[in-house]
Design a protein around this ligand. Structure first.
Ligand code: ADP
Ligand code: MG
Length: 714
């Protein structure tokens, strides 16, 4: 028999077949280790034994009892309910089981049992539907704290703990500890095997929390340190071409003149923060070591200018650079910006999208190969194996997840360069406001440039809450702006009857899905007001054909389309300074960060911008969030408020930052734990020696198991 390892597929566990494995995969559980680290999200405490006597509807009760009547299955009813009474000496209660004929065989009058369930009413009678029931002799009094796991359809809740137990028994000894000795001793931590055992099957809730804390330490170390070790491992021995000479005296007059021409095309003066970011990047580009820098700046802070100027500089130095955008709409927009900025500079700019015609692609690829194209803008369509560059030196990813890094390896050019150059400089631009402490864990290995200032001349966006979809304010404001020659955005949370916007969430709202206005309903509404016959209106959503999307965006940006009704596809990066009013329908359906990103589409020009948050939800949470949006326009502040509101019990949407869901740690409440854990590890590394080597090795191996394969899937 093959040895079962932590990395083995779940199907190696007895009882897990392919069907169950497919279901587990939906929970992101594919390996034995995934199974072990799939933690309960809460516990049922059955140790607080209750009684039937004072139970009422809705109570969850656990109690020892005696079977009073023989189980009886009603075979005429379709659901085949099996019913019988149990009593605890004070009162009887009816137990009802659906489709569980085995119950009849298992229990008989007089049996001593243990029952747990939720009390419901059946007529005037109390009953428990599908409760847990077991012969008293078989219930271990040590196991009265029952783990509750997130479930997916088709998985039986009772199976999961059994599988997890088997997995820990078989492979628990292979778990390697990654927590430094100093913390282990101080916190009284146990072996990883024991910790996992205790988090799944605790004696009491206190033990469960202590074990969770230990596993959170482990998780944060793997995330914060493991990731860095991986990155270092990858970048060791990497050499990128130095793009810029270290003294500006080395620049020819011709280069200086061309640079002046380009900056003259900007049409504005750069903010101090933009200049600082460009300088920091320039310093990096003077070196042989590949740059690994993150530019973080709130929406509208002007990151694109920084990116394109950096590309221009690279081109002036005779090297090629690539800008990767997450969508073709954005890529096209960056292309337009670059073309304008580099007009007359003699620098050749190309755009390459998935949808680019085959014949054009062939021509573009040729220009990449022979080096004629210097500034290359595109989507991930660029990342195909058959693309070759003459002299690629810099890759910029706009609004890119942290872990898109992997994909970029595809762009690594040659392995046989005479000067030993085997890598490129990397720059990542992001508007996702990440609280500082979290950024330290996620981006700890990257240098960061922050653009805090907004360009001068921006007016504050006025945001207000509109409590009714029928309010005349909505059309009044839009009409006013349209009459002034400006354009308008309307954002909806739904595409059509059965397709919600992927960013639309339910947890803040008390408005049902059916009550949400779709883009098409919105269009109809405007049709009725006669607005759309006067002003060209288009509908835009994510799953539309790319070509169509591009066409609409192009006509919106050049001013032909006056009203754009869309889903959150416009959330990222789109720039049209002439559109200064935005209506967000069912605003309660979006997280604060999404709302802030959306709102960032307006207020980019010099005219006064208005954002209307329309919501008919009256839930307290929805109203609080609307109020915050009206009061703050600082992305960082809103992001931490967002985290606070979600509360400690709720998982922070890590996926949006490009990291897999955490299972034990909560990035908001465990932040101090995170820095403590990573500090302790770093201290061990600084001391060096065998302890450091062992720890490094352990972290590397566990990171591989816990995160590495998931990163690639993101
Ligand atoms: P983001 O950081 O969200 O990507 P953009 O780069 O799209 O922001 O810039 C937003 C808008 O601000 C664009 O229209 C851009 O031309 C303009 N802009 C950028 N920098 C400045 C500046 N220093 N002064 C005035 N306008 C600027
Ligand atoms: Mg941008």
């Amino acid at each position: 028999m093959a040895v079962i390892k932590l990395s083995s597929p779940v199907t190696s566990i007895n009882g897990i077949g392919q069907a169950a494995a497919d279901r587990l995969a939906r929970l992101d559980v594919t390996t034995v280790y995934d199974l072990i680290s799939f933690l309960p999200f809460r516990y049922n405490d059955w140790s607080r034994v209750g009684s039937v006597y004072d139970a009422s509807e809705g109570d969850e009760i656990s109690f020892p009892c005696t079977v009073m009547t023989a189980p009886n299955t009603n075979i005429r009813s379709k659901a085949r309910p099996t019913t019988f009474f149990v009593g605890d000496g004070h009162r009887r209660i009816l137990l009802t089981f659906f489709n569980s004929p085995y119950i009849t065989r298992k229990f008989a009058v007089g049996d001593e049992c243990f029952v747990h369930g939720k009390v419901t009413m059946f007529g005037s009678r109390l009953q428990l539907v599908n409760p847990y029931i077991e012969k008293k002799s078989k219930v271990n009094p040590e196991e009265l704290i029952r783990p509750v796991y997130h479930m997916t359809e088709g998985l039986k809740p009772t199976f999961l703990p059994r599988w997890i137990k088997t997995a820990i028994d078989l492979c628990g000894d292979q778990l390697i500890n990654v927590i430094p000795e100093e913390i282990m001793t101080r916190e009284g931590f146990v072996s990883p095997k024991e910790a996992y055992y205790k988090v799944h099957f605790p004696k009491d809730l206190e033990e469960a929390e202590k074990a969770r804390r230990q596993i959170a330490y482990e998780e944060l170390i793997l995330l914060g340190i493991g990731m860095k070790l991986m990155a270092q491992g990858q970048s060791e021995g990497e050499k990128a071409p130095a793009i810029i000479p270290s003294s500006s005296g080395a620049l020819s007059d011709q280069v200086k003149a061309r640079w002046k021409g380009i900056t003259g095309n900007l049409g504005f003066t750069l903010t101090d923060d933009q200049i600082k970011a460009i300088k920091e990047i320039q310093m990096d580009l003077q070196k042989n070591r590949p740059m690994n820098r993150l530019v973080q700046g709130d929406v509208g802070s002007g990151k694109t200018a920084v990116a394109i100027l950096t590309m221009a500089m690279t081109a002036l130095m005779g090297k090629q650079s690539v800008l990767l955008a997450p969508t073709s709409v954005l890529a096209k927009q960056h292309y337009d910006t670059a073309t304008k900025l580099l007009n007359g500079s003699g620098i050749d700019v190309v755009l390459l999208l998935g949808k680019t015609k085959q014949s054009d692609k062939t021509e573009i690829k040729k220009r990449l190969r022979d080096g004629k194209a210097a500034v290359i803008i595109g989507t991930h369509a660029l990342l195909t194996d058959d693309i070759e560059f003459k002299d690629l030196a810099l890759v910029i990813a706009d609004e890119q997840h942290r872990f898109g890094v992997k994909q970029r390896e595809k762009l690594l050019i040659r392995k046989d360069d005479p000067a030993g150059i085997n890598s490129v400089h990397n720059l990542v631009m992001t508007a996702t406001p990440i609280p500082r402490t979290l950024a330290l864990v996620l981006y700890g290995d990257m240098a960061t440039s922050v653009i805090r200032q907004k360009p001068k001349g921006r007016q504050k966006i006025t945001t207000w809450f509109v409590p009714s979809k029928d309010s005349s304010d909505i059309t009044d404001v839009i009409v006013k702006k349209l009459e002034a020659g400006e354009q308008a955005y309307i954002v909806c949370a739904k595409i059509d009857d059965d397709q919600l916007d992927p960013n639309a969430v339910t947890q803040y709202s008390d408005v049902p899905d059916s009550g949400i206005t779709s883009v098409f309903q919105m269009k109809e509404k405007l049709d009725q007001t006669g607005l759309t016959s006067k002003y060209d209106t288009e509908v835009l959503f994510g799953c539309m054909n790319e070509q169509q999307k591009l066409g609409i965006m192009e006509r919106f940006i050049n001013g032909e389309v006056k009203i754009l009704i869309s889903t959150t596809v416009i959330e990222v990066g789109v720039d049209n300074p002439n559109a200064n009013v935005m209506v967000i329908m069912d605003a309660d359906r979006f997280g604060l960060s999404t709302l802030h990103q959306l709102r960032g589409r307006i207020g980019r020009g010099s005219s006064k911008a208005f954002c209307m948050l329309v919501s008919e939800s009256r839930s307290e949470l929805a109203l609080t969030r609307m109020k915050m949006m009206c009061e703050s326009d600082d992305g960082f502040e809103l992001a931490s408020k967002d985290l606070e509101l979600r509360g400690p019990g709720d998982f922070f949407g890590t996926r949006q930052h490009g990291i897999p869901q955490l299972r034990a740690a909560n990035l908001y409440t465990d932040m101090s734990l995170a820095s403590e854990a990573t500090d302790a590890v770093n201290r061990v590394f600084e001391r060096g020696g065998e302890e450091a080597e062992t720890l490094k090795d352990a972290i590397g191996r566990m990171y591989e198991l816990r995160f590495a394969h998931k990163m690639e899937a993101l």
